[in-house]
Write a protein that binds this ligand. Structure first.
Ligand SMILES: C[S@@+](CC[C@H](N)C(=O)[O-])C[C@H]1O[C@@H](n2cnc3c(N)ncnc32)[C@H](O)[C@@H]1O
Length: 265
């Protein structure tokens, strides 16, 4: 039940538990209790969270440096942490423009930390549901030029759009709105890649936390990328997507979170 400030401190929320797994402090005791319980059931979850963030950093740097992308639409942003999308992109190209989208009230409350743009670039935050791409596109058009390439980032978010058809339609609507030379960046949890032990933990999540989550197979996740040119190395454990030398030490060989980047032809 939300308090007067709109925050629900009685139920674990994904943005806050994810922040706990990343070692952050923007979470409540209920989030830590559920997060720790899941860690007990599936200890790899902290590697999943960290590998996902490291993937985000590598992909944004790659798109900015090697592909010249200057616009990012980051849906399911999460609570601000180190190296948010705009910080990575604007380090490469200060003129980069980034729009963040999340529907968690605590993320909204912390959004100021995401709005620290360089003077040459721009950032914006939209409090919206990922399942409403029309609303997102309309609000994002204040900051992004949809005649120029955009990287649509959907990291750890389609797993909260439980219905397959709705998830595919959401991605299709977003990718229809961006021009050739745009990118789709995905991460998604799976019970493959060593994630078999996550079945009970996901069940526990769905009984004790919000929003409900689903896993998908690699084949199902690949369908989100239909019609796009899949960049090398393809759809892989996100820890394996162009790993950098500095990350090899201490990074698990594989995490049960797929990552991929597709380019709109
Ligand atoms: C697992 S976190 C991922 C955060 C970040 N993208 C990353 O990869 O580190 C998922 C985020 O999606 C947000 N989220 C979940 N369902 C959503 C929805 N229907 N609309 C918008 N945001 C949603 C949560 O609030 C949370 O911040």
């Amino acid at each position: 039940m939300p308090g007067l400030d709109g925050l629900d401190r009685g139920t674990a929320h994904n943005a806050r538990v994810w922040n706990h797994w990343l070692g952050g402090k923007d979470n409540y005791s209920v989030d830590r209790a559920v997060g720790d319980h899941i860690f007990g059931m599936f200890p790899n979850i902290v590697h999943v969270a960290r590998a996902d963030r490291a993937f985000l950093g590598r992909v944004v740097r790659f798109l900015a440096e090697e592909c010249g992308v200057r616009q990012f639409l980051d849906i399911g942003t999460g609570l601000p942490t180190v190296d948010n999308t705009h910080e990575v992109a604007q380090r490469v190209a200060p003129e980069s423009r980034i729009v963040y989208v999340d529907n968690d009230p605590l993320v909204l409350m912390h959004a100021r930390a995401l709005l620290t743009s360089t003077p040459e670039g721009a950032t914006d935050y939209i409090d919206a549901d990922a399942r409403e791409p029309g609303t997102i596109l309309e609000a994002a058009s204040d900051t992004l030029d949809f005649d120029r390439p955009v990287a649509v980032m959907m990291l750890g978010i389609l797993n909260f759009v439980i219905d397959d058809d709705q998830a595919r339609a959401t991605v299709a609507r977003l990718m229809d709105a961006v021009p050739s030379g745009s990118y789709l960046v995905l991460t998604h949890p799976t019970l493959e890649l060593g994630g078999e032990g996550n079945v009970e933990a996901m069940k526990f999540w769905n009984e004790n936390a919000t929003p409900p989550i689903t896993s998908r197979t690699g084949r199902e996740i690949a369908r989100f990328l239909d019609g796009l040119d899949l960049l090398e190395p393809g759809l892989v454990s996100c820890a394996h997507w162009r790993p950098e030398f500095a990350e090899l030490d201490g990074t698990p060989a594989q995490v049960s979170q797929y990552g991929a980047v597709g380019r709109k032809p």
